[in-house]
Design a protein around this ligand. Structure first.
Ligand SMILES: CC(=O)[C@@H](O)[C@H](O)COP(=O)(O)O
Ligand SMILES: NCC(=O)COP(=O)(O)O
Length: 256
């Protein structure tokens, strides 16, 4: 088995805030989860400040910026409000995602082709401020090519549909989606874009995409926060690290 560069594992802590907000108090604290994730081997922390603040809130972003030792990947919609917040905090990375207030979770990728002019203008000041701008998109070639044109440094390919197909036992569709993600990763890499993947990944699906050599980072949240109920957050993250390292051909480096 070929040994590839170790994948960066970004831990999304949005759903710690979902649990906190269910009671309206201050516990559990997303920052505490993020610090624990760092200790467990997270290479970065992802937090999505939605327009409706349904999970992460502005104060969480401030606490993360002040308290983290690893890079923050700030996910947000491409709106003037979010651009101002990003420019105030200057996180390591800004990942632009599509948002619909009525959706339960991020349903698809950005339509970079349609919003090319807007995104090019939107990205420029973030890039000038030193943020690595990432676009959360589907695997379609046209979206990848438009992402390169608008000046993004990174694309994060949406793995949600692949994960849904696996969960439904739709084997042919899952295989086709995985193949399309693979092609998308190769295409994006060939255009000079750094390639990340994320959304809906669990131990099995993360291992499947971890083998793609062009992918350098996975962002994983909901599954791990759920898994933390059963085995604790640290052990859940360590197990994810072990599985993706193993898939990547680095069993000797994997946490035992
Ligand atoms: C963009 C993305 O995939 C994550 O931010 C994910 O959306 C987690 O948050 P939600 O459950 O609010 O979609
Ligand atoms: N960008 C994807 C992400 O941060 C994690 O998504 P999920 O694992 O919470 O679905």
């Amino acid at each position: 088995m070929m040994v590839l560069e170790q994948l960066r594992l970004g831990i999304n802590i949005d759903h710690v805030a979902t649990i906190r907000n269910a009671r309206g108090g201050t516990l559990p604290e997303p920052l505490r989860a993020a610090l624990l994730a760092e200790v467990a081997g997270a290479d970065g922390i992802t937090a999505h400040l939605r327009e409706d603040r349904r999970h992460i809130r502005d104060a969480d972003i401030e606490a993360l910026v002040a308290g983290l030792s690893v890079p923050l990947n700030f996910e947000c919609a491409a709106t003037p409000e979010m651009q101002a917040i990003a420019l105030r905090h200057k996180p390591h990375a800004v990942c632009l995602v599509p948002e619909k207030r009525e959706e339960r979770t991020t349903e698809g990728g950005l339509d970079v082709v349609k919003d090319e002019a807007h995104l090019a203008k939107f990205i420029a000041p973030l890039r000038d401020a030193g943020c690595r701008v990432s676009l959360f998109i589907g695997h379609e070639a046209a979206q990848i090519e438009a992402s390169a044109r608008v000046g993004a440094a990174v694309v994060e390919l949406h793995t949600g549909h692949y994960c849904d197909m696996v969960a439904e036992g739709a084997e042919a569709e899952a295989a086709a989606e995985l193949a399309a993600l693979r092609l998308g990763a190769t295409h994006a890499h060939s255009l000079g874009l750094e390639v990340h993947m994320g959304h809906g990944l669990d131990f099995e699906t993360a291992a499947k995409v971890a083998v793609f050599p062009e992918v350098v980072e996975l962002n994983i949240g909901h599954f791990l926060i759920g898994e933390a109920i059963f085995r604790g957050l640290g052990p859940a993250i360590e197990e994810m690290r072990r599985r993706i390292d193993l898939a990547r051909g680095g069993a000797d480096r994997a946490v035992s």
